[in-house]
Design a protein around this ligand. Structure first.
Ligand SMILES: NC(=O)c1ccc[n+]([C@@H]2O[C@H](COP(=O)([O-])OP(=O)(O)OC[C@H]3O[C@@H](n4cnc5c(N)ncnc54)[C@H](O)[C@@H]3O)[C@@H](O)[C@H]2O)c1
Ligand SMILES: O[C@H]1[C@H](O)[C@@H](O)[C@H](O)[C@@H](O)[C@H]1O
Length: 330
């Protein structure tokens, strides 16, 4: 059976998802798209034969759409996911699920009322081969008891409209989700530590260091540097009671010759996580379990909110998650 997908938002990642769904994911086709930038929607949707609609709800209500992928700006996600749930359609929502914990919780509650899993959140690192290897070692007890975690998340440069807050809600939110998933624990507190800003960061607080704490006392230290200049780099290391496990930058194409060794770096998330996005889409279309749930999206947003409070005040900020509603897929 072919899953007919409607896509809302055909910007950078929306266009990539449309292309993957149409060309690389088996059992899927893109039947409808919408973007407020109509020319962009036509440019992306027409080559794959999708109907180009005039509103998001036209995509959601289209009888030729079985499932919806949302890749619009983050502040629209919760409302659009709620509309998909009202129509009873499965939805893959790009991160973040919502920009406030309150609106994310409404999504969790609306899904629970359906009593079945309809929402996936695009935390694609859960599908990345390297991250999955780290997870397998941790789950197998390969390093004993996890004690602390170091994370590095660097982008070569951020767009002009990027803010210090977005370094937390757009970038660090990936580490928040990855840490929760890898460690199997909720994060209970966040502290943003003031560090010296790069003179090339255009006035942003950049880099930033964030200290997260889990319920079981594991401390996660995250560096987010969105104007590091040199390329895209995502790394992490979990230190356990009997060893460590690390995710390094994939080292394909390293050149060793007289004078030294050079290793190419990905330009950005497109190249570094290309296979993870594809695996995420294929798993979603196949209806396979795994991937981030609405609850995961809610928890990540609640922790990101705590980061924002800490950024504003300089103080440690605690996270108080609501009780999961009955029937909510975890
Ligand atoms: N998982 C990842 O690694 C990853 C990577 C990139 C982006 N994202 C997320 O995907 C989302 C989109 O990011 P992007 O980089 O593609 O941004 P973008 O600005 O390139 O694209 C957003 C698109 O949404 C459109 N849009 C604006 N208002 C809309 C509306 N009301 N309805 C429909 N479309 C609307 C814009 O015209 C634009 O084309 C963000 O939430 C971002 O955090 C995730
Ligand atoms: O929206 C992007 C995307 O989520 C990338 O995966 C991340 O590395 C960037 O920092 C973020 O700005």
């Amino acid at each position: 059976m072919t899953v007919k997908v409607g896509v809302i938002g055909t910007g950078s990642i929306g266009a990539e998802h449309v292309r993957r769904l149409a060309q690389q994911v088996s059992g899927a086709e893109v039947t409808a798209v919408f973007d407020v930038d109509r020319e962009r929607a036509i440019e992306v949707g027409a080559p794959v034969g999708a109907a180009v609609h005039f509103a998001a709800h036209d995509v959601i209500d289209d009888p030729a759409v079985d499932a919806v992928l949302i890749a619009s700006p983050g502040d629209l996600h919760a409302e659009q996911v709620l509309a998909c749930l009202a129509a009873g359609k499965p939805v893959l929502c790009e991160k973040p699920l919502a920009t406030t914990a309150e609106s994310a919780l409404k999504v969790v509650e609306a899904e629970a009322a359906h009593g079945r899993s309809l929402v996936r959140v695009g935390f694609m690192r859960r599908h990345d081969f390297g991250y999955r290897q780290v997870k397998a070692v941790l789950d197998g007890g390969g390093i004993g008891e996890p004690l602390l975690m170091h994370c590095v998340h660097r982008n070569a440069s951020a767009p002009s409209w990027f803010t210090s807050e977005m370094s937390l809600t757009d970038s660090v939110v990936h580490e928040i989700d990855a840490a929760r998933w890898l460690l199997g624990a909720e994060i209970v507190a966040a502290t943003v530590v003031a560090v010296k800003s790069s003179p090339l960061a255009g006035g942003l607080r950049d880099p930033q260091i964030v200290i997260l704490e889990t319920a079981g006392g594991v401390v996660i230290e995250v560096e987010s540097f969105v104007n590091c200049q040199y390329g895209y780099e995502v790394r992490c290391e979990v230190v356990g009671s009997t060893g460590t496990v690390s995710l390094d930058t994939p080292s394909t194409g390293a050149v060793t010759r007289s004078g030294g060794r050079t290793q190419p770096l990905p330009d950005d998330w497109r190249t570094r996580f290309g296979q993870a996005y594809l695996d995420e889409l294929q798993a979603w279309v196949d209806g396979r379990p795994g991937g981030a749930t609405a609850w995961d999206g809610y928890a990540a947003t609640a922790v990101a909110e705590a980061c924002l409070r800490s950024l504003a005040t300089g103080a440690r900020s605690t996270v108080a998650l609501a009780d999961a509603p009955t029937g909510s897929p975890q």
